[in-house]
Ligand binder design. Sequence first.
Ligand SMILES: [Zn+2]
Length: 295
Amino acid sequence: MDKPTLDTGDVYDVCAGRARPSDVRKALQELRKTVVKAAAAYEVAAAQQAQHTLNHLKHQPDGESAAKSAKSAKSAKSAKSSINEELKKTYVNRMVRGAGRTFYDELRGSCHGLCALCGHGAADTLDHQLPKDSFPLLSVVPINLVPACSRCNHQKKEHAPTHAGDQTLHPYFDGDVHDHVWLFARVTGPPKPSVIFRVDPPADMPPAFAARARHHFAALELSELYNSQIGNELRCLGMSLARHPLPPEELREHLQETAEIKAAVEGRNSWKAALYRGLVESTWYVEGGWEEPWN
Ligand SMILES: [Zn+2]
């Protein structure tokens, strides 16, 4: 999907400009250049699948030790909030709600209202691709905010990558990963019809993309999500074929055409495209397996 066109400085001005009290607001406003610079470094790294090289931005501007002591102070329910905590609040208090809400809504709706991580759930939140706990400077940076469903946001957790493959796919920067087909479904039966989704990157896929696709599938537990969806799809297909049965060769052609349509509309690595490719390959299915009830 396209990168957001929102300007980091504009978004930051609105979110930081409403901070209270005035000394916090002033401190945040003084960080504007630092935030814009961090966003520029992030953009360069993300375009090269190298977000793991941004360690110099970690826990800035307070630094890691200050972040730790702020955490213990927080648990003691005392002490003044650190600037890192205030940066995170620019998201929680001034973007999710407050003055920056229009930016939040624009970003959240940018994938046709769908989650850009699983392509299935409704985007009811924004996910920080690099977590704001580790990267407070990126708390309201638009290119770090991805429309996501609550499930994916929760599964992804606050994870800071340690190498190129140690991260979920970034919808704004990793689109080329779909130049390759890497999601497959194996359809088998009897005694019980079953579908197993798996990631199997082709040999010519860049290693960072291959590792990232695997990590994405595992970290977001997409196998579980996809398996919860196939029942209705296969029951509909079975009912349609019961009304208009096709001999195996014609059925294979029909399934192949459907796989191509699903790939064009929902993406070649969508679960539906993978499922129909798997059905084409399943001799059991095309030779009568489709008549089996799918429970
Ligand atoms: Zn999702």
